[in-house]
Design a protein around this ligand. Structure first.
Ligand SMILES: [Zn+2]
Length: 71
């Protein structure tokens, strides 16, 4: 699955997450080890992407609840 993310230096989509997921903790590229961005910024990016992929909230409608008309 592609996340649409790639390291600017080596193009690797893999990231190394910080041990402590704090907003100011830095994530690193798993390919070359360079610092990519802060976890908080990465998280917002992923959340924004997920929101863009699901433009509508899941709508639940009761289907098949029609009562047959009896004459
Ligand atoms: Zn890299």
């Amino acid at each position: 699955m592609r996340s649409g993310f790639g390291c600017e230096s080596c193009g690797s989509p893999a990231v190394r997450l910080p041990a402590e997921l704090k907003d100011d903790a830095l994530i690193q590229c798993d390919g070359c080890g360079c610092t990519l961005m802060a976890w908080g910024a990465f998280k917002r990016r992923v959340e924004a992407q997920e929101a863009a992929e699901r433009p509508e909230p899941a709508e639940r409608r009761s289907v098949g609840a029609r009562v047959p008309s009896i004459c």
